[in-house]
Ligand binder design. Structure first.
Ligand code: DGI
Ligand code: FE
Ligand code: FE
Length: 226
């Protein structure tokens, strides 16, 4: 275990409201579960989950003021909806206040609300964990998203992005260009994955043999015949 985890957890418990702290723990454990499934560093996934909402202790005016003071760039859409800033400010705090030097962790925290183009494995793990963690209950599609997340991470990301965009549109919320760009990029990734799958299946279709797939039934039958 990363030695910093206990200390960070203690500090966050003091700073965040109880429900946000519960969510934080849920996200960090879900990040670890996804890291186990997709082969990522468990300690890094846990730290990203623990710190992703550390800036949520501040209200919008305070976040705007802090970002200006620390020289953190504020976009038009963040001026329109300053709550988006908790991701950027959180990444800054993870580095400057909680001693995180790993850029992959800071990057994942920075893009955890909108996503971004070219998302890394840790970006996707955190983005998905934030949506499916066990204490979340509001979205109707949670059971399906939870199941899908452990089957196909890219498809889960895309489905969550579509769901968030639909929600934002239904509420007439301004959409950050990054949110739309991240979704369009993930759509391309999912289509590319599908094409790769089709190429893998190609010999099966062309030569009409199930050998390369090694289904249990086929194996058992072959075994019996010899
Ligand atoms: O901080 P959390 O509540 O755990 O989760 P989060 O950081 O993913 O933030 C979720 C909120 O962010 C949710 O209400 C939707 C909102 N959001 C995501 N993308 C955009 C956005 N809000 C606006 N206005 N524009 C976006 O593009
Ligand atoms: Fe957040
Ligand atoms: Fe969160």
């Amino acid at each position: 275990m990363d030695n910093r985890v206990i200390e960070i957890r203690k500090r966050l418990k003091k700073k965040l409201d109880p429900l946000r702290f519960e969510h934080t723990l849920g996200v960090s454990y879900t990040c670890q579960a996804l890291a186990m499934r997709y082969g990522y560093d468990l300690d890094k996934a846990e730290l990203a989950g623990l710190l992703h909402d550390c800036a949520k202790r501040y209200d919008n005016a305070t976040m705007l003021e802090k970002c200006k003071r620390k020289g953190i760039d504020i976009t038009d859409s963040e001026y329109t909806d300053p709550s988006l800033l908790h991701a950027k400010l959180g990444a800054w705090m993870a580095k400057e206040k909680y001693g995180i030097e790993d850029e992959e962790i800071a990057d994942a925290i920075r893009c955890h609300t909108t996503g971004r183009t070219g998302m890394t494995l840790l970006d996707k793990i955190l983005y998905v964990a934030d949506y499916i963690e066990p204490r979340r209950y509001k979205a109707e599609d949670l059971p399906e998203m939870r199941r899908l997340s452990f089957i196909d991470l890219d498809q889960a990301c895309l489905s969550i992005m579509d769901s968030v965009l639909n929600y934002l549109k239904s509420k007439n919320c301004p959409i950050d260009p990054l949110t739309q760009a991240a979704r369009d990029d993930m759509k391309t990734v999912v289509e590319r994955n599908r094409q790769k799958e089709d190429v893998k299946d190609e010999p099966v279709k062309r030569y009409g043999t199930a050998r390369s797939r090694s289904f249990g039934g086929e194996k058992r039958r072959r075994h019996k015949n010899h």
